[in-house]
Design a protein around this ligand. Structure first.
Ligand SMILES: [Zn+2]
Length: 81
């Protein structure tokens, strides 16, 4: 699986934002198909049936910020130590 740590936190974001279980399951299935060279999917855009990718914006303390240029959402991914 690609980036299980990032995936875990994106799913947490989806749960926190009350996206449906179906959407989260669909995201999980789609994530399983990602290869190492594929981009990280934006969960907010995915919920709108769009596939956009996240770019690593910056590291702030112990958190990496991933940013979606399409929906402008920012995702905080704690850096595992
Ligand atoms: Zn997005």
């Amino acid at each position: 699986m690609k980036n299980p740590w990032v995936y875990k936190h994106l799913v947490k974001w989806m749960e926190k934002n009350h996206l449906s279980k179906d959407t989260i399951h669909a995201f999980a299935s789609r994530w399983q198909t990602l290869g190492d060279n594929d981009s990280i999917l934006c969960p907010a855009c995915f919920a709108e049936d769009e596939e956009e990718h996240l770019v690593a914006e910056k590291v702030r303390g112990e958190v990496e910020l991933l940013f979606c240029v399409e929906c402008k959402n920012e995702f905080e991914i704690p850096i595992p130590n």
